[in-house]
Design a protein. Structure first.
Length: 312
């Protein structure tokens, strides 16, 4: 059954019936706006858009996978500020011939990812469109802490990573070459595993700067370095190359560090900390902040791709 058969409000009813709202939601879908608790009296907000053909393909990912990815991309931004996610707002622009089951499964994925952080989809909008587009706004709470911004890194700080990088990029390469294995890498592309608790944890540890790795580690650390007016030097030996990635890289003729250093969509968190901070196991040191500008690898300029940038 296509969405045109059930209509806008019929589809809204089908989608909202599948959602959970999280403990911060005081009033969910059904009114002109939702009401979300903000105990800190400050609201952290971020928006991201996924466009079919550019950010996802329906022949590569299920609707539920796309829902997970859409939610994760936004929830990770909230965690990267040192905040706790509280709610999502979702706008869907969908073709009239889209199967209603696809939209319902998308809602399942959105709800399941949000539930990982006790958040929920509390509202949104729908429109007909020739291009399937999913726009998500995430809200979060700072729990009384100052936000961890990109501009606080200082020379001498250590650079640490929570989560993994390169897995989603490796999975995308595998799919782009017409394969479906190694499954571990393909699934990493379809559904990122975001270290959400590491964001507030970094804030509590005294992180001086932090950013979500969405476009590639080198590219995103470049934003942090520019905002802070410093340089960053990464160490290759700070990164583990798992066997599945190493085997896939050899089979496909790819340097695995291209995935690790420049691949996006894993939504790891990278932060800088004063050198005296004892980092827990959730964070591993991968470099240091130095005088200068830009990002180097083992002290030298990196001559490969830095990451994704729209319009290039």
């Amino acid at each position: 059954m296509g969405v045109a058969d059930v209509g806008e409000f019929g589809l809204i009813d089908r989608v909202t019936a599948r959602l959970t709202y999280g403990s911060s939601c005081l009033l969910g879908p059904g009114d002109d706006a939702a009401v979300v608790a903000a105990p800190d009296r400050r609201v952290v907000a971020s928006t991201d858009v996924l466009v079919e053909g550019r950010h996802f393909r329906r022949d590569w990912s299920s609707a539920r996978d796309v829902g997970h990815r859409a939610a994760a991309a936004n929830l990770a931004d909230i965690a990267a500020m040192g905040a706790t996610p509280t709610a999502l707002l979702v706008a869907l622009c969908i073709p009239a011939d889209l199967d209603t089951a696809w939209a319902e499964e998308l809602a399942d994925g959105l709800a399941a990812e949000a539930a990982l952080v006790d958040a929920g989809v509390v509202g949104g909008d729908m429109s007909a469109s020739a291009t399937l587009t999913i726009a998500v706004t995430a809200l979060g709470d700072l729990d009384g802490r100052p936000p961890v911004v990109r501009s606080g890194a200082r020379p001498g700080d250590v650079v640490a990573l929570a989560g993994r990088t390169g897995w989603a990029a490796a999975g995308l390469t595998v799919l782009s070459r017409g394969f479906r294995t190694p499954r571990l890498l393909v699934e990493a592309y379809r559904r990122p595993e975001v270290p959400y608790p590491a964001g507030p944890e970094a804030a509590q540890l005294g992180a001086t700067a932090m950013i979500d790795v969405s476009d590639g580690l080198l590219a995103d650390l470049g934003h942090l370095a520019k905002a802070s007016g410093v340089g960053v030097d990464l160490r290759r030996d700070g990164f583990e190359v798992p066997r599945q990635m190493s085997d896939a890289a050899q089979a496909l003729g790819v340097d695995p560090y291209t995935w690790i250093l420049a691949g996006g969509d894993d939504h790891a968190l990278v932060a800088t900390f004063p050198p005296a901070v004892a980092l827990p196991p959730s964070w591993r040191t991968v470099g240091r902040v130095v005088e200068g500008a830009g990002v180097t690898v083992d002290g030298d300029a990196y001559d490969g791709p830095a990451g994704w940038e729209h319009f290039r």
